[in-house]
Design a binder for this molecule. Sequence first.
Ligand SMILES: Nc1nc2c(ncn2[C@@H]2O[C@H](COP(=O)(O)OP(=O)(O)OP(=O)(O)O)[C@@H](O)[C@H]2O)c(=O)[nH]1
Length: 882
Amino acid sequence: MLTWRLCHSTRLLLRQSVRAFASSTRTRAENDALLRTRNIGIIAHIDAGKTTTTERMLFYSGHTRRIGDVDDGSTVTDFLPAERARGITIQSAAISFNWPPSSANDELPKQKEGISSNVRRSSIQHNVNLIDTPGHADFTFEVLRSLRILDGAVCILDGVAGVEAQTEKVWTQANHYQIPRLIFVNKLDREGAAFHRTVKEIGSHLHAWPAVCQIPWFRAGDRRLCGVGDAVGLQGLLWEENSDGRAIQSLSMDELRKIEPTFAEELQKARIALVELLSEHDDQMVENFLEYEEDHLAIPAMDIWSSLRRFTLQYPQKLVPVFAGASFRNIGVQPLLDAVVDLLPSPEERPDPEVNIEGVLTTLSDLLNGTLALSPQDKKRKPGKGLANNRGKQSTILQNLQGCALAFKVVNDPKRGVLVYVRVYSGSIGRGLPLFNTNLSITERAPKLLKMYASDAVDIASITTGQIGVIVGLKYTRTGDTLLSYNGMNPKTGPPSPLNTLQLRPITVPPPVFFTSVEPASLSEEKQIAETLQILLREDPSLNVSTDPESGQTHLAGMGELHLEIARDRLIQDFKANATIGDIEINYREAPTRASNTHTITIDRDIGGKKARASCKALIEPHTTTDGLETTETTHQIPLPENNHLTFSHPTIDFSGQPLTTEDTALPPSLPLPTIISSITNGITAALARGPTNNFPIHSTRIKLELDPASQIFPDTTPAAISIAAREAVKACFEDAAQKATFSLMEPLMAVRISVPESDLGSVIHDLSSARGGQILSLDGGVDDTSTTSSNNDEDTPRIDIKKIYAPPDPFSSGYVTEGSGVYGGRNRQVIAKVPLREMVGYLKSLRSLTGGRGTFVMGVDRFEKVGGQRLNGILRDIRGS
Ligand SMILES: Nc1nc2c(ncn2[C@@H]2O[C@H](COP(=O)(O)OP(=O)(O)OP(=O)(O)O)[C@@H](O)[C@H]2O)c(=O)[nH]1
């Protein structure tokens, strides 16, 4: 087994070579472009207005001539028919635009880390790559996939609904990826808009101090939203009603005091509160405050922007800048774009991306600058295969690495074919050069590179560090794969080991809990449907395709009902597949309750015209803990998906039966250990796909597997034979356990967060706990009726005293009366519960009827739990009935 260790002696050499690599590959213009780049995402709950806001961004930046409308299906970013039909975003679209559209001053500020004392970044043109992420819980995986390539995000809140369940979920995920965020409170034109309540909820639900940079401006008289008050720049920004919003009138404090004295007074309060908040956490702001004789209004706007930027880039982000508007009324979008450029980081200012190389987690810089070097401990490996074996070779390898990119999204475009969206993390990807896919271990050429501007595309010659672009013409690359460009690469083997195993920001695919059957209308359709399913899988790795060995039926599994419905529509409507799709069913799991007997399977046959032999001995048992599972010279512990675990041992006697020392293990001489382990895991994964009692995937099972030396077949042992022997040995154990009735069914238990109006709370809780067998865990995420601080278990984020949060009063509020109650007037209550998935099927409909259409919920798999008694009978009836 290869392990990492620090090789001090090689560090200097590597650093030198990498420095040379970086400076030789990045020109001044490229550095400049990097500083002017923002890779940002828009995250929010479904319907908060992400697409509407994106459309305005494209319009104001000059990339579209008219504003697209979600409601009449004319948006640029929601371009799949299924998205336009439902008015929701399913696939995140990546588009680029410049902000501001043009700039008088084209010089970047000299100081990299801050705006020089009097130049705002937003006065200089930047390139914004914008990823529009989906808001529905079923697409959480898609959100995660986008999050890991973002450098910053705008979180849009619906100013009527406040902080909603899905927002909390995505916010937590963004914390995980350390993504700096701004908040835009949208829909403030709507009746019932509650900026005050929403700001307070940022503290109570998202556990961040809201730094209110703008307050909504409701016109005196009819109280309609007409603009925003800018607490940083101390000005009123006014949009003309029913205009396209391009022209913004700016009014000074003096002008405001004349025409809107109450609003001017509130804006002054907002500025004081902002300076106070920043001063509490930022020494520099305290100095500014003292320098300007403790006059909150005298501190220059630039100093406040600088302080806000410091906070936004800090991790954990305890303070979040808040902006206001109504995208649909074209109010607030341009200042939000300025804030994106001013406050969110360039790719250079982000933490180093995580990489996995030969199963070891490290960071890309640590790998490239030689802080860590790989040292092979596997004595059977031939010298020269590991990086640290030869210092000169190691530096050459790193110098030859031309580019390293992550494919974060694959889209089947009807006109252009399959588009692979990539983010380049190091070096560059050049048109026409071969790319090695480290996940699939194959080489593909990139014949065409594009930069996407809304639905238009521009041909480019290369995609450089920090940039997002599209590769056209790749046949195999899937979402999540890592691509390397390597000088002088052998297309068959890729870059030298271990670089050929490098994976950027790996994420785990969550277990699919629903499935449906896909039945081709005729035999001749089979091939086309199989190919189409492969495209869907390339686009979305959270879908899963398998074949039922008994019926031969194809099963498509996914994360939620909507997830599978969309996949079904894509298959039938977009790809015109001629197939019958079955009902959507729950994907249960199977698990042993006791250990099986040991089973040995020996394979001795011809595969592909060559002798193929292997022998594996297996045993299965329930997997409850990893305590005491140690990796030694001859035993390897390998965690598998679905809480399964493989303990793989190889012989300590050789094929003639002679005992060996631990240093001299008997393994087939022609096969390296990683190849053997990968053959075994492939075979086992196939066996785990279907259990012996009801054909559901296997869960919580430990497999103990040995390569059997006694069979004396090492000379002809092949990877394919090892795979088959492992699969068959494990299957024999399953059959054995099933015959003894020691297999049980497991069902998905969901963690559910429901948001309901106070008046419906009782009936929703009653329905959950009595009719659905759910367990209520808490109300309002732990903010009970007597608490005034946000409760949060995450030690990285601060406890917020909600009473201390500044927010202007809402003009129409029917009373956010209970300032000390932690629950704001008319506010939705949050119920957190654990409920079996079977009881949550079609829940949205029931919730809507219980709450007059006002309740919403999100859920995710908490765990799988064994089912017994009456409940098991009910489930088995369901399964057999279907
Ligand atoms: N009154 C009002 N309606 C808005 C505003 N912004 C968006 N909407 C409406 O809210 C609905 C949802 O807007 P979208 O932009 O599709 O929301 P989304 O967040 O992209 O939704 P998903 O793609 O489904 O996640 C649409 O009917 C919009 O017209 C706003 O500022 N004011």
